[in-house]
Design a protein around this ligand. Sequence first.
Ligand SMILES: C[S@@+](CC[C@H](N)C(=O)[O-])C[C@H]1O[C@@H](n2cnc3c(N)ncnc32)[C@H](O)[C@@H]1O
Length: 241
Amino acid sequence: MKARLLELAGPRPTLGEARSALLDEAFEDLAAAPEHAEEHRLDVLDAGCGRRSPLLRYRDRIRRFAGADLHPPAPGELDYLDSFVRADLCRDADAFPPGSMDLVLSNFTLEHFADPAAALANMARWLRPGGRLVVTTVNRRHPFVGAYLSLPARLRGWLQRLVRPADAHPLVGACNDPQAVAVALRGAGLEAVRVETVGHLARAWARRWPTLLLGLLGDLAAGPFPGRRSTILATGSAPAR
Ligand SMILES: C[S@@+](CC[C@H](N)C(=O)[O-])C[C@H]1O[C@@H](n2cnc3c(N)ncnc32)[C@H](O)[C@@H]1O
């Protein structure tokens, strides 16, 4: 019933569809580069990988699959990674060698960073020339997201655990509107920066009926106003040599 409601009323593309489009494009472009002429497989990093990675579906197109997070995965989680590094992405610039990754994904991590500029600069530094960064994060220009981020930290934490118990890492929201994300990616030295938005509240809050219906209302209300949709997707490329 919930799935049907989301299908009927949820705006398209979904976050999953929009993110897959950016990742598909990145895999196709990067695997076609001359340095991958022999083996069309990429070195990728899920930066802030948490407990699951959207990059898993590309496993057979990945040569080296690295994950990094403040918290190590539980035994058995993220078994598909080739390596896991426990790192603070805002501080640990040496977590990976410069120029060692073809693709870095930051999936719902930017909103948690105390120093987003430093974290993005690190991710950009780890990219090879021409390598790609893909970011998803929340948009505080959506009225519900903005109101949520303005709540006292304690109340926000309680609400966060209610709707997203698995991902209850504290939110900061220091770089969380479409323009700020674009400026931050360019500030990290990335080129060809593109930013888009999708409505994702109903799906994100689908665990309970009241939050699902509230999310649906939020998605439908913001749908006609791209700058106010709940979720930001962005991409940029490291300068080619
Ligand atoms: C909302 S979860 C998203 C997890 C995963 N990317 C996903 O899509 O399911 C945010 C993740 O970012 C990690 N994180 C937050 N701040 C971080 C930092 N400064 N350095 C490394 N990881 C961080 C958290 O530990 C958490 O696993």
